[in-house]
Ligand binder design. Structure first.
Ligand SMILES: Cc1cc2nc3c(=O)[nH]c(=O)nc-3n(C[C@H](O)[C@H](O)[C@H](O)COP(=O)(O)OP(=O)(O)OC[C@H]3O[C@@H](n4cnc5c(N)ncnc54)[C@H](O)[C@@H]3O)c2cc1C
Ligand SMILES: *[C@@H]1O[C@H](CO)[C@@H](O)[C@H](O)[C@H]1NC(C)=O
Ligand SMILES: *[C@@H]1O[C@H](CO)[C@@H](O)[C@H](O)[C@H]1NC(C)=O
Ligand SMILES: *[C@@H]1O[C@H](CO)[C@@H](O)[C@H](O)[C@H]1NC(C)=O
Length: 445
């Protein structure tokens, strides 16, 4: 069974829709989703709620192992950004420059990136005892095994509020190598196509530049590519929206950098690719939105609680979460994933496994990100998306959950729940930021 994914774009660029057409049986699914409706839904309904939710203690602390070494290549981070101070990388680089000024600029950039990318591991008012209490509670829930990341003794809680996703100065060959690997090795790439993403490489062919072969890929594989591209867009929107604008008297000034945004997404600057990449963000948003609407029955079970030890807070948090899930269920233009994840039972199981392995691998590739803060958010968002896909693949299990038995059937770990909602919060914020950029760009003209 082969699906062809046909996209219809409108000249005005404001609205788009897509159709999934099965070449065997005619029209399978028709989803008319225009960007304006998603914008209104997100910016007015979802965004204010999700922003409130992720402030809650339950969603604020994410346990993650940032110390795993990169399993695929030696750590070659942009002049070893991670160890800028430890290893005097600039010395090596000086040889490459005839101008000392360049070398000095490099040292400065390197030090700045090191500073901006560092994790603030202060744990505000949550004590270590509180986390131990959480762990006790979670263990008692008889959860299935989580990622090895979560159970590793090296994993530590990070306060997400103290470590916002924003511009870090992480760039260059190290960043490209990571992006490249995610696309190249995990994009179900036909082996014959050479398409370097590295802007330094001589040929500028790209994954999405090859729409011809993308058309030829089965739906699932194209979906995979668009999800990654959407995540890439979201990360880059955040670094544009929270850019380091100035450093006055040692105090950083953060804000929207329209120039940077235009460089990355402007249709003239990117020959139209930017628009495509933004659409991939909306696509990713719809997928995660769909997953949230599907997981609602799980959270509606009384035995699923969002434990932090504060009974009053915990029930308020759960209530807020249920409110968001109810909103997502009411969204009228959901992506119809039935064509994608149903299929034959065997085929579906194989795909599910394939997606799982690819996501596991991407999570490993995140260990190669040479900037801790980027690594933190990269891992969180990968886990969030992986969880969303697991939900979409588990619709029946969720529906068949017993009313009162916590230890049977579909379950989510604390980290999965935190990752899922925070990852979705990132996308929701991206769409909100896009609105701001549109306004700023209009004002400039
Ligand atoms: C996992 C991860 C997390 C990161 N987090 C941060 C962060 O928090 N803060 C920060 O400042 N920097 C972060 N970065 C770095 C940032 O994403 C860029 O790599 C960096 O700013 C350099 O940008 P660039 O213009 O060279 O292009 P890159 O974003 O590095 O992209 C490389 C190439 O990929 C293609 N491309 C770009 N966007 C898309 C898309 N959406 N879809 C398909 N193809 C695309 C283009 O051909 C581009 O030249 C992160 C990088 C990674 C790998
Ligand atoms: C970390 O965050 C705390 C709380 O905001 C702040 O007091 C502290 O200075 C920060 N530490 C670093 C290294 O930025
Ligand atoms: C932590 O502090 C915030 C306000 O800064 C408060 O709302 C929250 O309840 C506190 N959490 C605990 C467990 O004390
Ligand atoms: C995982 O990613 C690495 C690095 O890109 C790659 O070498 C490897 O082949 C990938 N493995 C799988 C199973 O996709």
């Amino acid at each position: 069974q082969r699906f062809v994914w046909r996209r219809v774009s409108f000249a005005r660029g404001a609205c788009f829709k897509w159709q999934v057409v099965a070449s065997l049986t005619g029209v399978l699914d028709d989803c008319f989703c225009d960007i304006e409706s998603i914008d209104v839904f997100n910016n007015l309904k979802i965004f204010p709620l999700i922003r409130k939710l992720i402030e809650k203690d339950f969603f604020r602390y994410y346990r993650v192992n940032l110390k795993r070494p990169c399993p695929f290549w030696p750590d070659d981070s942009h002049c070893s950004i991670r160890d800028c101070h430890v290893e005097p990388c600039p010395e090596v680089r000086v040889q490459h420059y005839s101008l000392a000024a360049n070398a000095i600029r490099d040292i400065k950039e390197c030090e700045q990136a090191h500073e901006l990318g560092a994790i603030n591991s202060t744990l505000s008012n949550q004590s270590k005892e509180a986390f131990e209490d959480w762990a006790h509670h979670d263990d008692a829930q008889d959860h299935f095994c989580g990622l090895d990341d979560e159970t590793s003794p090296e994993a530590e809680y990070v306060d997400l509020r103290l470590n916002p996703e924003r511009y870090t100065g992480y760039k260059g060959p190290s960043a490209w190598r990571v992006w490249n690997s995610i696309y190249e090795e995990n994009c179900f790439k036909p082996r014959s196509v050479y398409r370097p993403l590295n802007p330094l490489a001589p040929s500028r062919g790209e994954c999405e530049g090859f729409y011809d072969w993308l058309e030829g890929l089965c739906l699932e594989k194209r979906v995979f590519y668009r999800l990654i591209s959407g995540l890439h867009s979201s990360i880059n929107i955040h670094l544009c929206a929270k850019h380091l604008l100035d450093e006055a008297w040692g105090k950083a000034v953060w804000g929207a950098n329209v120039h940077e945004f235009r460089r990355r997404f402007g249709s003239a600057e990117t020959k139209g690719e930017g628009t495509r990449r933004l659409k991939n963000l909306y696509f990713l948003y719809l997928i995660e939105l769909r997953a949230l609407s599907k997981v609602a029955p799980y959270f509606e079970r009384a035995f699923v609680n969002l434990y932090t030890g504060n009974v009053h807070e915990d029930s308020a948090t759960k209530e807020l979460l249920l409110q968001i899930l109810t909103e997502t269920k009411a969204f009228p233009m959901h992506f119809d994933e039935s064509s994608m994840f149903a299929g034959h039972k065997m085929e579906a199981r194989r795909l599910k496994e394939e997606f799982r392995l690819h996501f596991k691998n991407i999570s490993r590739i995140m260990d190669c990100v040479g900037c801790d803060k980027c690594r933190l958010w990269g891992k969180l968002q990968t886990q969030g998306l992986g969880t969303a896909l697991r939900i979409l693949f588990s619709e029946k299990e969720i529906k068949n959950l017993p009313e009162n038995s916590p230890s049977k059937g579909f379950q989510l770990t604390r980290q999965e729940i935190v990752a899922l909602l925070n990852a979705f919060g990132r996308l929701s914020t991206s769409i909100k930021e896009l609105h701001n950029f549109r306004t700023l760009l209009k004002d400039q003209r």
